[in-house]
Design a protein around this ligand. Sequence first.
Ligand code: IPE
Ligand code: IPE
Ligand code: MG
Length: 252
Amino acid sequence: MTRQTRPTVPRHVAIIMDGNGRWATARHLPRVAGHSRGVDAVRAVIEQAGRRGVEYLTLFAFSSENWKRPQDEVSTLMRLFVNALQKEVGRLGENGVRMRVVGELAAFDSQLQSLIRDAERQTMHNSRLQLTICASYGGRWDIVQSVRSLIAAAADPRELARALTERQLAEHLGLAFAPDPDLLIRTGGEQRISNFLLWQCAYSELYFTHTLWPDFDAAAFDAALAWFATRERRFGQTSAQVSRSAAEQLRA
Ligand code: IPE
Ligand code: IPE
Ligand code: MG
C-alpha cells in the first residue's frame, strides 16, 4: 500500500471568479448574461467541493473596487445576489453547507443585508462545507478593519502598538474562523490577486487558468485539485527537511 506523504485534498480553496464579462462578449451577449451564467458555475463548484472533501470554500464575488463599475452592471450584480440568496439557501442547507458573507456589508442596501443575515442564521448549524462569499471585499479593507477593531478594543493602545502580534491581527480578519487557503484559483487568464485575501494567501498555492468563470465546472475544479496534489509545500524550509518530516510523521 502506498501512503501519502502530502495532504492531497486542500482543506481550504479560495477562488477569484473572473471572466464573466468576456464569456458574454464572446457570444455577443450583454455582460450581465455572463454574470447570470456565473451563478450556475458557483452552484456546480460548491457541490463538487463538498464531494471532494474540501472543508472551506471561499469565493470572491464582488471586490471593493467593483463598486466603480457602471451603475447598471452594479445593480444587476446586486439583483443576482438577492435572487441567489432567495432561491439557493434551502439547497445549501440540504447539502450541509454553512454560508457566511464577508466584506463591507454596510455598503449594501438594507434588503440585501437582511437576506445575508437570514442566510447565515439558517445555515449556521451545517458543518459539511464552510462556504464564504467575499462581497464588497478587499484584502486591504480587511487588514485595516482588523487593526481598527484591535485598537478600539485595547485597554492600552500604546501597549498594543508595542506588543501586537501576527496572530492577534489574524484573529480579527473576516476569515478568522478558517485556516489560510491552501489553494487559490483564478479563472479568466489574469495572473493577479486583485486585492483578494492579501494576508491569508501568504503561502497559498496559486493556480491560474484561462477558463472563463461561466465555463468552470466540476471537471475544471478537479483539474485544479489534481495540480495541487503535485505541489510540494515548503513554507520556507528545504525540500529535504520537508521530506524528512513527512517520513517521520508516517513512522509516528
Ligand atoms: C468577474 O467577471 C465577476 C466580477 C468581478 C463581479 P468580470 O465581470 O470581471 O468579467 P471580465 O473579467 O470582464 O471578463
Ligand atoms: C476580481 O476581478 C474581483 C472578482 C472576481 C470579484 P476583476 O475583474 O474585478 O479584477 P481586475 O479588475 O481585472 O483586476
Ligand atoms: Mg474581470
